[in-house]
Design a protein around this ligand. Structure first.
Ligand code: IFM
Length: 465
């Protein structure tokens, strides 16, 4: 039953700006730690997020990832759910400690089997599998040996990448190494508000270098081993602008832009670390060994960009705290869709982009299930505007290959716990019941309309022959 028929307010004719190429990849995204649960089952090892959740005050609602969305036990049902949305692709991550509990050495057959069934289940439903190796949940055993701050973790990651590709590679459409290395480095090791909860700028910058180095080495090793699918990395990027024209705000914006965007993009595209940021870091700059920069700059088969908002920078405040004239999501993030178009156009201007995906985009809103429905009109508007921004960038020549909604399900939103709901599918955490929100129905209808437009165009072309 198409329940949108009950909600005429959601129905609209397809704006020509919302028509995308027939081969454009529409998807939904999740990550292992945020949905899987089954934290101590079938041989899974402890991750740094299991440990961090036990730190008093670390998670806003005191929750943990022991059960999460219980996806581990509901795999088939959740795959059916994805297929029911009409998307082409699913982006997910592998829990390193589920497949290699100690982060090195022995592999866990039950963990590998779970992801084998996931990838096979996607294939059986005609869905593409986009796998991310590291969505933040480093095995705790590796953290105990220094974590990402230790150079030997780079070699552990390469082994892990090769093992995953060996078991799952044939069924994948793409593989990305790290999700949002800035977050791992800065929120995990500088601000200390994410696992592993370290507060040291020097450590954070060393971590960022090891993440980039491990990305490059893993890509090189994967290709040498014959892995020939598009492979790359996922970055969280945003346009930054100064809160005021004051020189101090402008200068700080330049550095923050360097730390968020150029620190990752410049070395990935073979330009080394940006000089201005390096000088700004002084003694906090990382140790870089000869050859590291060449290793980082492996050709990218794809690039993932996660976009949520812009960032307004003020020299007077440690974070971008300011009174916003824009509407905010439940995360207090400004809703600024044109920022996505601005960002994509800037990247296209400044870097030779490979096939580029928006690998995450979406909003948290205080959704409530009422009489079996979730009327998330704010999210529909958010998605519509951001998808429109991607279309605008595409029409201006940016090599956009796909768009994936964050997230398939409401899930564990890291330090915010379960109170922030990003899903287009509502999760009742008491019963684990899934309910498609209006935004999921809207997305399905958008994709049906796209398909109809392309079918009509094909028929027209055949009629002319
Ligand atoms: O939930 C996260 C995701 O894990 C990484 N990107 C941002 C999302 C929303 O905060």
């Amino acid at each position: 039953m198409n329940r949108l028929a009950d909600s005429p307010a959601l129905l609209s004719t397809l704006d020509p700006a919302m028509i995308f190429p027939a081969d454009f990849v529409w998807g939904v995204a999740t990550s292992a730690a945020q949905i899987e649960g089954a934290a101590r089952e079938d041989g899974r090892g402890e991750s740094i997020w299991d440990r961090f959740c036990r730190v008093p005050g670390a998670i806003a609602d005191g929750s943990d990832i022991d059960v999460a969305c219980d996806h581990y036990h509901r795999l088939e049902q959740d795959l059916d759910l994805i297929a029911s949305l009409g998307v082409k692709a699913y982006r997910f991550s592998v829990s390193w400690s589920r497949v290699q509990p100690a982060g090195s050495g022995a592999w866990n057959p039950k963990g590998l089997d779970f992801y084998g069934r996931l990838v096979e289940g996607l294939r059986a439903r005609g869905l593409q599998a986009h796998l991310t190796l590291n969505h933040w949940d480093l095995p705790q055993a590796l953290q105990d040996e220094g974590g990402w701050a230790a150079r030997h973790t780079v070699d552990r990651f390469v082994e892990y990448a090769l093992g995953v590709a060996d078991h799952l590679g044939d069924g994948l459409t793409s593989l990305t190494t790290h999700n949002e290395p800035w977050v791992v480095a800065m929120l995990g090791h500088d601000h200390g508000i994410f696992a592993p909860g370290i507060k040291s700028r020097a450590t954070a910058m060393q971590v960022s270098h090891h993440l980039l180095l491990s990305h490059g080495r893993a890509l090189r090793a994967l290709r040498s081993a014959g892995f020939d699918k598009p492979a790359g990395i996922v970055l969280n990027l945003a346009p930054l602008l100064p809160a005021t024209p004051a020189p101090a705000d402008v200068a700080k914006t330049r550095i923050e832009d360097g730390l968020l965007l150029r620190w990752y993009l410049d070395p990935l595209f073979g330009r080394g670390y940006p000089q201005d940021v390096w000088e700004h870091l002084g003694a906090d700059a990382p140790r870089v060994e000869p050859g590291d920069l060449d290793e980082i700059a492996q050709p990218l088969g794809m690039l993932g960009i996660n976009y949520y908002s812009r960032s307004v920078v003020s020299a007077g405040t440690p974070y971008d705290v300011h009174a916003s004239p824009l509407p905010l999501t439940d995360m207090d993030w400004e809703i600024y869709p044109q920022g996505l178009a601005e960002l994509l156009l800037r990247l296209h201007r400044d870097y030779p982009l490979p096939s580029t995906y928006v690998t995450e985009n979406g909003g948290a809103f205080p959704d409530r299930l009422v009489d079996g429905r979730v009327h998330d009109a704010d999210r529909i508007e958010y998605l519509r505007e951001h998808i429109g921004a991607v279309g605008m960038a595409l029409r201006q020549g940016v090599p956009m290959a796909g768009y994936m909604v964050w997230s398939l399900l409401d899930n564990f939103e890291w330090a915010s716990g379960y109170a922030k709901r990003f899903g287009i599918v509502h999760v009742d955490y008491e019963t684990q019941r899934r309910t498609l929100k209006d935004s999921a129905l809207w997305l399905r209808q958008l994709l049906q309309q796209q398909a109809a437009v392309h079918a009509a165009a094909r028929q027209g072309a055949e009629g002319k022959c």
